[in-house]
Design a binder for this molecule. Structure first.
Ligand code: ATP
Ligand code: MG
Length: 259
């Protein structure tokens, strides 16, 4: 059975896309069949895997609006076992599209689109945009679980509080089986006191829901993105790669414990 994981936090720049790319690539390298869905009009996950966003004729927008078959939107990537559904700026016009159509079930568009995928995936990872609007709601409605990257800095907890309240609403109104996969500490710096303070707060509040693995701040990560590669393939021995492999193993453990 496939597990659909949204990577979400409405706070910008906390490591959602980096986590979406590198968790996907690490799971793929560990032999799992993975589909990464870029669900942000910035198209950063698409770019981060080496694609030119402007040259993408078919994107997730075309698939969720049923203008093309979702299977035609799937691209294979340079990484074995990893496929991608790209996104670009077109996705920003979804609200306008929904209003022009009127009759759509506006929060179940992604769910019904993913239901039509024929590929045999173990994991579908959804990279959410930095907002809790229609796109993120669609992602959470379609997901089995949500992974929340938390950057250890000021206002991290405020962002966590609002995503938690969104999750509760979605569980109540649309998707009772939505679980929290875990909080993930990102860009962690053990020598920065604010960072360790926030990390302690997160671990104290969400004990068993916080991943044991934290992702260190590591220069190889932006270097890899700039080259359109996952860090796990660009520099497998980098601290960032090792951390994302450890995260992937924790996610696999969760799946095993549930079965
Ligand atoms: N562990 C890390 N070490 C160093 N740099 C990192 C790390 N994680 C992310 N970054 C860098 O921080 C920036 C923001 O990361 P990313 O794009 O993953 O965040 P995001 O939450 O997806 O942002 P947005 O909200 O805009 O979608 C990027 O330039 C990325 O390369
Ligand atoms: Mg992003």
């Amino acid at each position: 059975m496939r597990r659909i994981i949204s990577i979400a936090n409405q706070k910008g720049g906390v490591g959602k896309t980096t986590t979406a790319i590198n968790l996907s690539s690490a799971l793929a390298e560990l032999g799992k069949k993975v589909l990464l869905v870029d669900f942000d009009s910035q198209g950063n996950a698409t770019r981060g895997l080496g694609f030119q966003v402007i040259e993408m004729p078919i994107t997730i927008f075309d698939a969720i609006t049923s203008q093309v078959d979702v299977n035609a939107a799937i691209k294979t990537t340079k990484i074995k076992n990893l496929d991608l559904i790209p996104a670009n700026l077109k996705l920003a016009s979804l609200e306008t599209y929904i209003q022009s159509q009127g009759t759509l079930d506006r929060f179940r568009m992604l769910e019904s689109c993913l239901n039509k995928i024929q590929g045999d995936y173990d994991f579908v990872i959804i990279d959410c945009p930095p907002s809790l609007g229609t796109l993120s709601i669609n992602a959470l409605v379609a997901s089995s679980s949500v992974l929340i990257p938390v950057q250890c800095e000021y206002f991290a907890m405020e962002a966590v509080a609002s995503i938690l309240s969104t999750i509760t609403k979605i569980q109540k109104d649309y998707n009772p089986s939505l679980k929290i996969e875990g909080f993930l500490l990102t860009m962690y710096e053990s020598n920065a006191s604010l960072c360790t303070e926030v990390a302690q707060q997160v671990r104290a509040l969400f004990k068993e829901n916080t991943f044991v693995t934290s992702i260190p701040r590591n220069i190889s990560i932006p270097e890899a993105s700039a080259r359109g590669e996952a860090v796990t393939t660009y520099r497998p021995s980098a601290r960032g790669s090792i951390a994302y492999f450890a995260l992937a193993r924790e996610v696999l453990d969760h799946v095993q414990k549930e079965n």
